[in-house]
Design a protein around this ligand. Structure first.
Ligand SMILES: [Zn+2]
Length: 175
């Protein structure tokens, strides 16, 4: 596992999506936690005792949450409840993207039927309607899924994740 500069290319969808997380490091960690959830990276390791980011041996300050490692310590595994928060974000966002894309396809199908059944003249030509079905299906799926769905999904998913993290902090940071 390389401590690469992946976080440098982290997108900032929160700007567009109209939600700014109070915990920016959660957004930076999302992708890495998803890799861990998919078991693409080793389960054991050396993780920040505060935010559970994977650390390099040389790290004295966590590159994600900026905690001093000396103060917060390290753990060798990410707690399940913490992983669950990231999973909730991932699932919520995925659901919105997929149902958005599906709505886009339904819309293209409705348009296709409308054109075939009601379309006057050239508009009612099956070839044109078919082109609308295929092209429109793609465009609407992109628009409602990848574009709108992803934004709404980000906002809702990130809120849920952040709430779970806030609760985790409350329960574990009393000392
Ligand atoms: Zn940290």
């Amino acid at each position: 596992m390389t401590g690469d500069r992946a976080q440098a290319r982290t997108q900032q969808p929160e700007g567009i999506a109209g939600y700014v997380t109070p915990y920016p490091y959660l957004d930076q960690l999302q992708e890495k936690m998803e890799e861990r959830l998919a078991r693409k990276v080793p389960i054991k390791g050396r993780f920040c005792g505060f935010c559970y980011a994977r650390l390099r041996e040389s790290d004295t300050v966590c590159p994600f949450c900026a905690s001093a490692i000396e103060t917060v310590g390290t753990v060798d595994e990410i707690p399940q409840d913490v992983l669950k928060a990231y999973k909730t974000k991932q699932k919520t966002e995925g659901l919105w993207v997929h149902s958005g894309a599906f709505s886009g396809l339904l819309l293209a199908m409705a348009l296709f039927l409308l054109m075939v059944v009601w379309g006057p003249g050239l508009l009612g030509h099956p070839a044109l309607a078919f082109a609308v079905l295929i092209g429109g299906g793609y465009v609407f799926a992109q628009l409602f899924g990848t574009f709108l769905g992803a934004q709404i999904g980000y906002r809702k998913g990130a809120r849920k994740r952040d709430a779970l993290w806030a609760r985790w902090l409350e329960e574990h940071r009393q000392s």
